[in-house]
Design a protein around this ligand. Structure first.
Ligand SMILES: *[C@@H]1O[C@H](CO)[C@@H](O)[C@H](O)[C@H]1NC(C)=O
Ligand SMILES: *[C@@H]1O[C@H](CO)[C@@H](O)[C@H](O)[C@H]1NC(C)=O
Ligand SMILES: *[C@@H]1O[C@H](CO)[C@@H](O)[C@H](O)[C@H]1NC(C)=O
Ligand SMILES: *[C@@H]1O[C@H](CO)[C@@H](O)[C@H](O)[C@H]1NC(C)=O
Length: 412
């Protein structure tokens, strides 16, 4: 449906010949459980020695606090690995501007605090299971290069987190490192859980969730990139509520763009996009259900309703107007229904529109975007990032199962 920006036929050929020549067991995709940390709403995967790492879709590196017995790898300033490590200097990181002297430094970034630090690079091995998409198969060790950050860079991450696993389309992020080490495709699937454990699979599909349903019916859209930014951008042309376009200021979405962000708990919109969306949602809801009753705001949300006056609940959530992200001229939409748009609060007494206003100073990679699609809205969707074809496939998980229904028991 879209033209990939740059094809690398020779490289792809070389990779596929290698994959064919390799014993099939080495080419199985690699599985990680994904946990949601309740207090921070961040998602973690156990990568190094089982230690949890916060996943960051925009993160270009894998970084951890490293034990003092880890010998730094000797990467010279001119080493290609050093170039990859510094391909995306973190936003506002003054240290990263220093010229490289003798030994290569990387600049890991904490996406919550916005802090960075200078770090050395090490060779490490990640322990994981391969998968057939239904169960774990066998344990493998994945060779990787990680940055060793000082402990202070862990500020505001979950207490049991030892670092950040970047999932961007860059050379030292997790997808590329798993692809290189295991000779699997440069693609990954993410199924973020609302609670318990979801699943991430690196190297390709399929994905089955109990009771034995394969997730299919993907809608595809182009993954865009922006110079200097490691974020994934989507070609969102408009936003609609209940099928009616939300009137936005001219070029509001194009200014800054629309990115995917696992470190934003809820979709955050810049003020000029947020205000029209909130107004349109309240109008569309009350037009259809004229007895809904607004209640006091529950931070961080603004639009909250008395649950007794909302239509529903049903197995597909509250029957509120759909919110559409209109992609590529309206040929495809990413549609958020009640399950993905409404957040129940105060023990279900109220339910709030789960979209929040962006804090002005939150720049992040590539400057302030117009919209960051956050974790809550991505949960219980299967997102398929194909980094070779530069496209994103997305599918809503059927209501009778969820991302927490992967069978983590090894077969036989
Ligand atoms: C691999 O799967 C087995 C069986 O579920 C599990 O006990 C083990 O902890 C897994 N290993 C890793 C590294 O996740
Ligand atoms: C996408 O959403 C817009 C606005 O709600 C609607 O007009 C259009 O028909 C939708 N397209 C598809 C393919 O559903
Ligand atoms: C609310 O909607 C009902 C049914 O659609 C209608 O009969 C009633 O007049 C409406 N009330 C108001 C105040 O608009
Ligand atoms: C999970 O997989 C194991 C191994 O194949 C199987 O024995 C078990 O029945 C599965 N669990 C469920 C709930 O289907």
């Amino acid at each position: 449906m879209e033209m990939p920006r740059r094809r690398k036929p020779l490289l792809l050929l070389a990779v596929s010949v290698l994959a064919l020549a390799w014993p099939a067991s080495c080419a199985d995709p690699v599985l990680f459980p994904v946990a949601k940390h309740a207090a921070t709403s961040l998602y973690t995967i156990p990568v190094r020695d089982g230690a949890n790492h916060v996943i960051d879709l925009a993160g270009p590196l894998l970084w951890s606090t490293c034990a003092s017995d880890h010998l730094p790898a000797k990467f010279s300033c001119g080493d290609p690995v050093c170039k990859l490590a510094n391909a995306y200097p973190p936003p506002g990181c003054r240290e990263a501007g220093q010229p490289c002297k003798q030994q290569c430094k990387a600049y890991p970034y904490n996406p919550i605090t916005g802090q960075c630090a200078a770090a050395s690079l090490i060779h490490t091995r990640l322990v994981a299971n391969t998968t057939d998409g239904k169960n774990p198969l066998r344990q493998v060790s994945v060779r990787a290069v990680a940055a060793c950050a000082p402990r202070k860079l862990l500020a505001r991450l979950p207490r049991d987190a030892a670092g950040v696993a970047g999932l961007a389309a860059s050379g030292l992020a997790l997808p590329a490192q798993v692809a290189a080490s295991q000779r699997v495709a440069s693609k990954f699937m993410l199924c973020l859980p609302r609670r318990d454990e979801g699943v991430a699979i690196f190297g390709g599909g399929p994905l089955f969730l109990l009771p034995e349903s394969a997730i299919g019916d993907f809608t595809y859209t182009t993954l865009l990139s922006k110079r200097g930014s490691s974020s994934y951008y989507l070609p969102v042309k408009a936003v609609a509520v209940g099928k009616a376009r939300v009137p936005l200021p001219r070029d509001a979405l194009a200014t800054g763009g629309v990115v995917l962000g696992t470190t934003a708990p809820y979709t955050a919109l810049r003020a000029d996009v947020y205000r029209p969306l909130v107004d349109a949602f309240d109008k569309a809801l009350t037009r259809e259900w004229n007895n809904t009753r607004r209640v006091a705001a529950v931070a961080p949300f603004e639009l909250c309703y008395d649950s007794k006056t909302l239509p529903g609940p049903t197995r597909i959530g509250w029957l509120v107007p759909d919110i559409d992200l209109v992609l590529e001229g309206g040929k495809t939409n990413w549609t958020f229904s009640g399950l993905s748009s409404m957040v129940d609060v105060n023990n279900f007494a109220a339910s709030c529109l789960g979209f929040v206003e962006m804090k002005p100073e939150k720049g992040g990679y590539g400057g302030a975007p117009a919209v960051v699609i956050g974790g809550f809205q991505m949960e219980n969707h299967v997102l398929q990032f194909d980094l070779e074809r530069r496209r994103l496939g997305f599918a809503r998980v059927p209501f009778y199962t969820s991302c927490s229904n992967f069978n983590f028991t090894r077969a036989g």
